[in-house]
Design a protein around this ligand. Sequence first.
Ligand SMILES: NC(=O)c1ccc[n+]([C@@H]2O[C@H](COP(=O)([O-])OP(=O)(O)OC[C@H]3O[C@@H](n4cnc5c(N)ncnc54)[C@H](O)[C@@H]3O)[C@@H](O)[C@H]2O)c1
Length: 352
Amino acid sequence: MKKKSDMKKGNSNRPKILVTGGAGFIGSHTTVELWNAGYEPVIVDNFSNSKKWVVISIRELTSSGIRCYDVDCCDQTNMRKVFEKEGQFYGIIHFAAYKSVSESVDQPELYYSNNIGALKCIMELKEEFGIPDLIFSSSATVYGDVKNLPVTENAPLGAASSPYGVTKQLGEELLLDAFETGAIILRYFNPIGAHPSGLLGELPAGTPQNLVPFITQTAIGKRKALKVFGTDYNTSDGTCIRDYIHVVDLARAHLSALGRLLVDRKTDIFNVGTGRGYSVKEVVETFQKVNGITLPVIYDARREGDVEAVYADCTKANQLLLNWRAEYSLDDALMHAWKWEIRLAEGIDLAA
Ligand SMILES: NC(=O)c1ccc[n+]([C@@H]2O[C@H](COP(=O)([O-])OP(=O)(O)OC[C@H]3O[C@@H](n4cnc5c(N)ncnc54)[C@H](O)[C@@H]3O)[C@@H](O)[C@H]2O)c1
């Protein structure tokens, strides 16, 4: 078992963690939590789905000079230069990937080359530089159409419904084949919310595909009305059910995963959700209640590919990820998401 004192240190005496995709939605919040917990996060991001000013916000929030490299994770030559320049990393958290299900259906090759290409490059450099730990962002999408709820890590996988899902399932298989120890796969449910400060949040490209950014953009007036897809599902109010987890709780699960590898090196898979499902109608009503806003809502037909209900059994994460559990409520997440949308509307230099 490794001890804290064995961790490889950077100049700052903090264990150094490479965060790929660290300027993105989940990566930026995780970078802040890593810094707050005494790590030294180093970001690599090619800004294909994020903005450079996010890194400035991260530095502001942490009062730090966290380093960021504008490098594509598929570019092994330049990635190697980052490893050589930074010296030994204690661990890698690999977020960098494309994440749009619909875009992946239109451009599967793009998703295979980026998501698998980046992971393979990271895995090779992990081996070459002897980096002990790797945390991989997987998704509840690997479960496909779930039969038994809540879904456990042992449920059969069925991700083949989208190339994006395939890249996550394949990524998991590559890691399980390559590393018997030192890797943790986290299957995220539905990350929502924003940093409580309002300084970090989600930046959806184009029309949001996820419910909460669609809600906040409607509330701010960027969208005419909120579309709810499907009201005839076999659920209590007819709308789909999902497990929404506050992004800061999700970020903290990565720290617990790093801690877990200190006590047990075995490669393993964990669901990361709240264990509770909320319907689309419940989310809309909660947003209106906590923020005092009435939303224009259009009830539309079902959207192709949407699963009726999915929420996590988080028992394994609660027990083995050092007692990690989601702490923020849905109310908190929807208040923080709204605070973030207001900040965007008040004007950050979005061209940066
Ligand atoms: N947000 C979700 O709903 C969700 C759910 C389950 C899993 N995930 C996974 O979590 C991870 C992070 O998701 P997110 O919501 O923060 O997405 P995001 O798009 O906000 O962040 C991903 C970041 O990776 C960067 N990136 C992409 N490809 C890159 C490459 N080749 N080289 C360098 N940087 C690259 C992007 O610029 C972006 O900053 C992804 O792997 C995603 O598939 C996300």
